[in-house]
Design a protein around this ligand. Structure first.
Ligand SMILES: Cc1ncc(COP(=O)(O)O)c(C=O)c1O
Length: 421
């Protein structure tokens, strides 16, 4: 089985495992099996060290003082922005640093020049981060939120999508959707979404939080208008993310957070002069160690290769899906083909509480997964899902390229054992 899954031609990405300090740690004299990568990826030493370099060597602020230390911060931030822009196929000045993906989506939500009656279209399985900003605007009467129903296998329906655009003829101003789902790992047909949305004159935002580690995400190649990311899901530090767009789009956005660094000048008569992009959107002192570490994460991920990451995740998923396919009462969320679920195996064992299963995996085998609604409460609250086996949430095992088949084997055995209990 293992040899069939991992042919000699494949690059073994577990060679990178030594770079991740968590694997040195044991709990109760047993290794840790970290299968919570959809929540947060692990960070290689080089990223941790790069962020620390800031605190050790040039712990100043950029863009304010003109001394040597400030100049070094400025240079390091510039280098990171250049690296990140290249990685996402975007202009450097169209990379806006935010706290995370959530803040990046909020920036668009609050900055987009919506007019009354405008519609924002999402899917029915968005993370709260790409739902709440729209629900809030709707509550304030500024937009209408609409969603596209997924198919019976929880996949994206281009037909239903186009029907929605037709139905709201010309009113859909923004299509805001996840690239890859954190709920079941399904990736949307992003190229087709862009083509269809643009046909109806709607702009497109992709929430790429889950996609960036295992898919090529290049703004211009994709043709999208906005993409949003969090560094902590792509080997980078916490508390840093980005909104990536084009200068043309960014110049049309209103400012969201304002304050220091977002203006060139201000007056007590109420007038002020906005900074250029991207600084006009980056209010207050920035997360310099985060930005610098983010740049290093991108460099590291380039070395590994996102296509190889994708292959590895799918193989682990295939191994686990095959290994658990005959377990009675075990249901997997999403399409049955593991190749369509990226690095996510989201499941329930009918009759067992999802949080208890997750705790047992942790307590018995140091296997770390997540259980519950995964911040997609609205999907679980949909009437048709509310009466399904998934009504109380799922147990989500999500893989990283540094996870091994041996770990997947332990997981399969552990789930079988829990199912029998
Ligand atoms: C699909 C998706 N979108 C958005 C987010 C929000 O990311 P963050 O909390 O880093 O802003 C997540 C986090 O899990 C996610 O999975």
């Amino acid at each position: 089985m293992l040899t069939k899954l991992f042919s000699r031609k494949d690059v073994d990405l577990t060679i990178f495992r030594a770079d991740f300090p968590l694997f040195q740690r044991q709990i109760k004299n047993k290794p840790i099996i970290y299968f919570d990568n959809a929540c947060m990826s692990l960070r290689p030493k080089s990223v941790i060290e790069k962020s620390n370099e800031y605190y050790y060597n040039f712990p100043g602020c950029a863009g304010r003082s003109n001394h040597k230390i400030a100049e070094e911060v400025e240079e390091a931030v510039h280098e990171a922005r250049t690296e990140i822009a290249k990685f996402f196929g975007a202009e450097e000045k169209a990379v806006v640093f935010t706290k995370n993906c959530t803040e990046a989506i909020n920036l668009v939500a609050h900055g987009f020049p919506f007019k009354s009656g405008d519609v924002v279209l999402t899917t029915d399985k968005e993370h709260n981060s790409n739902l709440l900003p729209w629900l809030k605007l709707q509550k304030q009467g500024l937009i209408r939120h609409e969603y596209v129903d997924s198919t019976s296998t929880n996949e994206f329906s281009l037909e239903a999508f186009e029907n929605k655009l037709k139905e709201h003829n010309g009113k859909v101003k923004l299509v805001s959707m996840m690239f890859t789902s954190n709920l079941d790992g399904v990736t949307n047909p992003v190229k087709e979404i862009v083509t269809i949305a643009h046909k109806y004159k709607a702009k497109v935002l992709f929430d790429c939080a889950q996609a960036v580690i295992s898919h090529e995400v290049k703004l211009k190649k994709l043709g999208a208008d906005f993409i949003t990311v969090s560094a902590h899901k792509m080997l980078g530090p916490n508390g840093i993310g980005a909104l990536i767009s084009t200068s043309e789009n960014l110049k049309k956005l209103n400012q969201f957070l304002v304050g220091g660094e977002t203006v060139k000048d201000s007056n007590l008569d109420g007038s002020y002069v906005m900074e250029d992009i991207p600084e006009r959107f980056e209010a207050g002192l920035q997360n310099y160690p985060g930005i610098i570490g983010f740049g290093e994460a991108v460099r590291y991920l380039k070395r590994v290769g996102v296509e190889k990451v994708h292959k590895q995740l799918v193989k682990l998923n295939q191994y686990i899906t095959d290994g658990l396919k005959d377990v009675p009462n075990l249901y997997v969320l999403g399409p049955s083909e593991s190749s369509k679920r990226n690095g996510v195996f989201s499941f329930v064992i009918k009759g067992k509480n999802v949080h208890e299963v997750s705790l047992l995996l942790n307590n018995l085998h140091n296997i770390m997964v997540r259980s519950g609604a995964h911040c997609v409460h609205s999907w679980f609250n949909k009437p048709e899902n509310k009466c399904s086996v998934f009504k109380d949430g799922t147990i989500r095992a999500s893989f990283g390229f540094y996870n091994t088949v041996e770990e997947a084997e332990v997981f399969v055995k552990a789930v079988k054992e829990i199912a029998r209990l």
